[in-house]
Design a protein around this ligand. Structure first.
Ligand SMILES: NC(=O)c1ccc[n+]([C@@H]2O[C@H](COP(=O)([O-])OP(=O)(O)OC[C@H]3O[C@@H](n4cnc5c(N)ncnc54)[C@H](OP(=O)(O)O)[C@@H]3O)[C@@H](O)[C@H]2O)c1
Length: 272
C-alpha cells in the first residue's frame, strides 16, 4: 500500500502548527500517511512546486510568504482563491497544480461552530486591512452578510481593500471604530494587535451591543484582551484557533481521502 504524503511550505516554517494538526487526524483515522513541514525560500519556490509532486506528495499547505506566488504559478484556481488572489492549499493531480484558498471557509466554519445561532445577514465591522482581512471580507460577503464596515490604522490600505468589493464595503476612520460598532452584529479583529509580542487592541467596547458576536483571528493567546473584555460584558465570543483548524479540512480531505472533524480533542492536540 502506498503511503500518502502531504506537507506545508513556508519561510520560516518551524512555527507552523499544521504538522501537529494533520498528524493528529492521521493518527485518529488510522491513515497510512505523513504530513511534513518544508522550509522553502522564495528563490526555490518554482523548483519546489515542480519537484514535490514528482516526489509523490498529493498536495501541500502554503503559508507566508508564498500565498500570492503559488496562486500565480498554479494551473487552476478555485473561485474562492480568485476572490482573494492567493492560495493556501494546493493539490497535485497528473502534473497539474490546483490552488484553493480555504482561509475564508475556515473563518466561517469557526463562526458557525462557536456561534451557531448567529444571524448571517448581520452587518460586520472588520478591524484591519492586511492579507487575512481580504479573505474574511470575501467570505462574509459570499455568506450573505448585509454590509461590511472596514477600518484600519492606515486608511489608504482600507480604501484599497474596499475598492476590491465595489459598493459592498464602507470604510470608517480607525479612531471611530468604537462608535461604529454600535449597529453591527459581528465584530472581527483581523489586525495582529493582541497577539503575543504585539500591543493590545485599544478599543473601548462601551458601544458594543450585547447581542454582537465578537471574534478574533489572533489565536496566541487563545483569549485575546479583546475577547476577554467582550466576554466580561456578556457577549458571545469566538476565538481564532478554530479558523486555523477548519481551514485545514478541505486539504486533508483531498490528500488523505477522509473528511476530518474539528473537535475539542483536536484543539487540545494543537495547543499541546
Ligand atoms: N486564525 C487563523 O487561522 C489566522 C489566519 C491568518 C492570519 N491570522 C492572524 O491574523 C493577524 C493578521 O494577519 P495578516 O496576515 O493579515 O497580517 P498583515 O497582512 O501583516 O496585516 C496586519 C494588520 O494589523 C494591523 N496592525 C499591525 N500593527 C498595528 C498597530 N500597532 N496598530 C494598529 N494596527 C496594526 C495592520 O494595520 P496597517 O495596515 O496600518 O499596518 C494590518 O491591518 C496575525 O496575527 C495572524 O497571525 C490568523
Amino acid at each position: 500500500m502506498t503511503i500518502r504524503l502531504a506537507g506545508v511550505i513556508g519561510d520560516p516554517i518551524s512555527h507552523s502548527r499544521s504538522p501537529r494538526l494533520h498528524g493528529h487526524w492521521l493518527q485518529r483515522y488510522g491513515i497510512d500517511g505523513q504530513y511534513i513541514p518544508l522550509h522553502v525560500r522564495p528563490a526555490d519556490l518554482r523548483a519546489s512546486l515542480e519537484l514535490l509532486p514528482r516526489l509523490g506528495l498529493s498536495g501541500i499547505n502554503v503559508t507566508l510568504p508564498h500565498k500570492e506566488a503559488v496562486f500565480e504559478l498554479a494551473h487552476t484556481t478555485t473561485e474562492r482563491a480568485k476572490a482573494v488572489g492567493s492560495a493556501n492549499t494546493l493539490t497535485f493531480v497528473d502534473g497539474q497544480i490546483h490552488a484553493d484558498n480555504t482561509d475564508g471557509y475556515g473563518f466561517l466554519a469557526n463562526l458557525d461552530q462557536g456561534a451557531a445561532t448567529r444571524d448571517r445577514a448581520a452587518p460586520a465591522l472588520v478591524l484591519g486591512a492586511g492579507g487575512a482581512a481580504r479573505g474574511v471580507i470575501a467570505a462574509l460577503l459570499q455568506d450573505g452578510t448585509d454590509r461590511v464596515t472596514l477600518t484600519n490604522r492606515t486608511a489608504a490600505r482600507a480604501e484599497t481593500l474596499a475598492s476590491q468589493f465595489p459598493d459592498r464595503v464602507q470604510v470608517v476612520p480607525w479612531d471611530q471604530a468604537e462608535h461604529a460598532v454600535a449597529d453591527h452584529g459581528l465584530l472581527v479583529n483581523t489586525t495582529s494587535l493582541g497577539m503575543v509580542g504585539q500591543p493590545p487592541l485599544q478599543m473601548s467596547l462601551d458601544h458594543l451591543p450585547p447581542e454582537t458576536i465578537v471574534t478574533d483571528i489572533v489565536y496566541t493567546p487563545l483569549e485575546t484582551p479583546l475577547l476577554a473584555s467582550a466576554r466580561a460584558r456578556g457577549n458571545v465570543v469566538v476565538d481564532g484557533l478554530g479558523m486555523l483548524l477548519h481551514q485545514a479540512v478541505p486539504g486533508f480531505e483531498a490528500w488523505f481521502g477522509r473528511t476530518p472533524t474539528v473537535d475539542s480533542d483536536l484543539r487540545a492536540a494543537v495547543l499541546a
